[in-house]
Design a protein around this ligand. Structure first.
Ligand code: FES
Length: 102
């Protein structure tokens, strides 16, 4: 039995991307996290969505750890496909926003 109430139904967008911008201590055994790279990729994707005026069809969400923790760049997950991309850099942002599979 659920103890939460659905307020309204929101149709899922054709493309929804989750960008990790998680930060950890530089000495953390799991690494420092996607941090600055994730923030930069998130900003680049939001700028590209704005440039295209694609607010209704492409949603971008900033998240914490997605469980990949690359040594460089950041992790991005695309839905509805569920494809996971690691070591994503700003230069990859536009490609990941294409509606077809990269
Ligand atoms: S810190 Fe980004 S995927 Fe783990």
């Amino acid at each position: 039995m659920w103890h939460i109430e659905r307020v309204r139904h929101v149709p899922t967008p054709p493309l929804h991307l989750f960008v990790c911008a998680n930060r950890r201590s530089p000495n953390d055994p799991l690494g420092p996290g996607c941090g600055d790279a994730g923030e930069a990729v998130y900003a680049a994707m939001k700028d590209e969505v704005a440039r295209r005026g694609a607010y209704r069809t492409i949603w971008i969400a900033k998240t914490h750890c997605l469980g990949i923790c690359p040594k460089r760049g950041c992790t991005v997950v695309r839905y509805p496909s569920g494809d996971v991309f690691a070591e994503v850099e700003v230069a990859d942002a536009a490609m990941l926003l294409r509606m077809e599979k990269p």
